[in-house]
Each structure stands twice: as structure tokens, then as C-alpha cells.
Design a protein around this ligand. Structure first.
Ligand SMILES: [Mg+2]
Length: 425
């Protein structure tokens, strides 16, 4: 089983943590340089103000009229509260995958542990996670539980958006699955974007339930492997890996727990640079630049030793999408992340405060060190010949941190070298 924990209106909620006087007011957060609205709390949304990406000056008077509280984005605060929320969630499950600044998947084991049910039952377990995060971090979260990441996402959607669930939803039986999927538009399914959902609606697939009933083979033929896998996931079999699904637009994360604990600084740096490479590639695919990068690593709360977490928010002099610039930044903060004697269990990086290359305004005094041509070349080669065919030396040659995947099947559909070969005489 998987549980997806997701903070409601993350940035606006973070602003309310240390200032209870604004908890019942409409709060709106602005992007870098106070240009546009980038987040709004549910009160502001209900009032019809706080639409994302609207320039601030256009709605300034409207916001003042409803008494909205305006805040500039404070990524240092959001990044730290994010880590605290993850720490709390992590205690509830054997494994965690941090998916974005405000979302994490908890997973409870595969194979023989697949039937695991917490003693108190899933509903009470999910409610306990929600309650504990509120108690310890003062962030409101929604928790969705399901047999696959896609179903956990769907349950989370229900927890937040469908009336009657109030923050917690569990899909652990057929009736619950049917009930939630039927009330969910196909565009709200994990990984199905706006364009894809319009095309699905054209052929009569309007809800998540409709999609779950579609023929997987047909979906593959008409759309893509991703849609095919999504159909399987909606029916309860795990098909997607974290990196397959499109990253959320506003920040890009890449994280992993290690196959085995690592202790040396060099291996930790290799792992972090590998993650920055994955995230940077996703960033370039959406033509974005990152103004800041979160770098973090920690031990496991389930280990015997005292828990340790190191995290830094690094601001780039000019926004970047260049893997080399990010690798250098990681090298410069390693002393703040690594600690002798700590057995690291997971690490990752998050690119935050993203801007689009299209409307980015250059800085006269700080010229960008990005080499877009080189990065494009890197991406083209890796797309053609498989991930990491060409990579930075900073990722390490022999990756000690790589996941334990001794029983992994070949990547038939995505890696050229794994294509089955037939020989005919
Ligand atoms: Mg959220």
C-alpha cells in the first residue's frame, strides 16, 4: 500500500505557521521580485482572488479590497518546513519517497508484505498521520491511501476535493475505488495533463473510472505507454516509477533512498549530483530555469542511531538549468550536508523558484554561465542511447549508492541495449 501526504496550499500554509493571526485570513504569496501570484490559501481561493500566475499589479486593488495578506515567497522557510513535515511522515512507514516540496509517498512494502494492514486500520492510520503533522509542524495535509501510487493520488484528490472525506481517503476495496474514481475527472488522474485529458474526452473517457475501464492495449496504441500503465495502476497493479510521471510544474524534485547506507562524503556527493542531473533534465524539458536548489540528506528514523538531517537552500546568482552549475553548487555545500559517522539513508535535491526561459529577464551584472547548446547535446544523446550514456564525472563512475535492484528485469521499451534480439538462421 501507498499513502500520499500532500500539504494544502503549501506556501500560503507555511506563512500561517508562525503567524496565527493570519490563519483565518486570505493569504496570497508572490513570486520572486513580487511579480506574480504563485500561491493562495483556500480562503483566498474561495473569495475568488489568488489566481496563479496573475501579475500582482493587476489585482492589487482587488486583493486590498478583500483584506488579503500579501507575502513575498520565502523559500528558506518553505524548504525547512517541508523537511520537518517529511520527517514526521517518515516515522509512519518503512519507506518514503519525497515527490515534491509538499508531497511524499509512504510505502509499506511489496511482495509478502503486500497484505500489510496497520493494527488500527488504514483509515485511522491515515488520520493519525494527518493529525500528527498538524500537531508537530502546524501544516494542514491531506492523506490518500491506495494500492498503487496512482490510486493513492486519487484517494488524496478525494481527501481534499470531494465532499465528505475531510482530509483522509482510503481506497482499499472495490467499492471505495469505484466511488472515488467515478467522481474524479480524467484530467485529475496522476500524469494525465490537460492536453491528454481533452483527447481522452474526445473518445468518451471523461472520468477516472472510464479510464480504468479502457483497454490497456488500445490506450497504448492511441496514446502512450504512460496512459497504458496508468490504466493498470488504476486497477491496482503497480506500473509506474517515480521518474516516469511528469514533475509538478512549479518545482522539480529528485530523491531516492539508498540501496545500502552510505557514510563517505564522496559517495553522497555522487548521489546528489546524479539527482541534480535528473531534475535538471526535467527542467530543460519544460524550458525552465531554477533560481534556487534545495540539497538534503538524512539518516533513517528507523535506524538505532540518533536521527540526522542536513539541508541547505542554495541560491544561484542567475537562474540556471545547467547540470554543471548545479554540480558545482552541490560541491560547495557538501560540508553543511555531510557529517562524519552518520549512516545516510536517503538524499535528494529540489529545484524551486522556477522561471521560464521565455520570459526571463537577464541580469546586467551577473551573466549566466549556462551552456544551453552543451546541455541540449547531453539530452539528445541520453534520449537516444539511454539515461546516463553521457554524464558528469561528478556523478561517480561506480555508483555505490545505486538502488539494490539485483532482480530487475530489462527495460524492454526504454533502453536500446535491452531490446530483445532474435537471430534467424
Ligand atoms: Mg499541495
Amino acid at each position: 500500500m501507498y499513502a500520499l501526504c500532500d500539504v494544502n496550499s503549501m506556501y500560503a500554509s507555511c506563512e500561517k505557521v508562525f503567524d496565527p493571526s493570519i490563519r483565518n485570513k486570505p493569504v496570497v504569496v508572490l513570486t520572486n521580485n513580487d511579480g506574480c501570484i504563485c500561491a493562495a490559501c483556500h480562503i483566498a481561493k474561495r473569495m475568488g482572488v489568488g489566481k496563479k500566475f496573475v501579475p500582482y499589479f493587476q489585482v492589487k486593488d482587488q486583493l486590498a479590497a478583500v483584506g488579503a495578506v500579501i507575502r513575498s515567497s520565502n523559500y528558506e522557510l518553505y524548504a525547512d518546513l517541508s523537511q520537518r513535515m517529511m520527517e514526521t511522515c517518515e516515522r509512519f512507514a518503512p519507506h518514503i519517497h519525497i515527490y515534491s516540496i509538499d508531497e511524499c509517498f509512504l510505502y509499506y512494502g511489496a511482495g509478502s508484505q503486500l497484505d500489510y494492514v496497520p493494527a488500527e486500520g488504514w483509515q485511522a492510520h491515515a488520520a493519525a498521520i494527518r493529525r500528527t503533522v498538524w500537531k508537530e509542524v502546524r501544516l494542514p495535509i491531506g492523506v490518500g491511501v491506495g494500492l498503487t501510487p496512482t490510486l493513492a493520488k486519487a484517494a488524496n484528490h478525494a481527501a481534499k476535493k470531494i465532499e465528505g472525506y475531510r482530509g483522509v481517503a482510503v481506497i482499499d476495496n472495490e467499492q471505495a475505488r469505484r466511488q472515488i474514481l467515478k467522481q474524479m475527472a480524467v484530467g485529475d488522474v496522476w500524469g494525465i495533463g490537460r492536453r491528454l485529458s481533452a483527447r481522452l474526452c474526445d473518445i468518451g473517457i471523461h472520468t477516472a473510472w472510464d479510464l480504468s475501464r479502457a483497454r490497456p492495449a488500445l490506450m497504448k496504441k492511441q496514446f502512450s505507454v504512460l496512459v497504458e500503465n496508468t490504466v493498470h495502476e488504476l486497477n491496482g497493479s503497480v506500473r509506474l516509477s517515480w521518474d516516469d510521471v511528469r514533475a509538478p510544474k512549479q518545482q522539480i524534485y529528485s530523491t531516492r533512498s539508498f540501496g545500502q547506507r552510505i557514510t563517505d562524503k564522496e559517495s553522497l556527493r555522487h548521489a546528489l549530483v546524479t539527482h541534480s542531473g535528473i531534475a535538471a533534465q526535467k527542467l530543460r524539458r519544460q524550458a525552465g530555469l531554477a533560481s534556487a536548489m534545495m540539497v538534503f540528506a538524512s539518516s533513517s528514523p528507523h535506524d538505532q542511531e540518533a536521527y540526522y538531517r542536513g539541508s541547505v537552500l542554495h541560491r544561484f546568482t542567475t537562474p540556471t538549468s545547467d547540470s554543471r552549475v548545479m554540480a558545482n553548487a552541490i560541491a560547495s555545500v557538501m560540508n553543511k550536508i555531510h557529517k562524519e559517522g552518520v549512516r545516510f539513508y536517503r538524499c535528494g535535491i529540489g529545484l524551486v523558484d522556477l522561471v521560464s526561459t521565455k520570459n526571463y529577464q537577464g541580469d546586467l551584472f551577473n551573466t549566466s554561465k549556462d551552456n544551453a547548446e552543451l546541455m541540449k547535446c547531453l539530452d539528445v544523446i541520453n534520449a537516444k542511447y539511454g539515461r546516463n550514456t553521457v554524464h558528469l564525472a561528478g556523478q561517480g563512475i561506480e555508483q555505490k549508492f545505486a538502488m539494490k535492484r539485483a532482480f530487475l528485469s530489462p527495460q524492454y521499451t526504454t533502453r536500446l541495449s535491452d531490446l530483445p534480439v532474435f537471430e534467424c538462421d
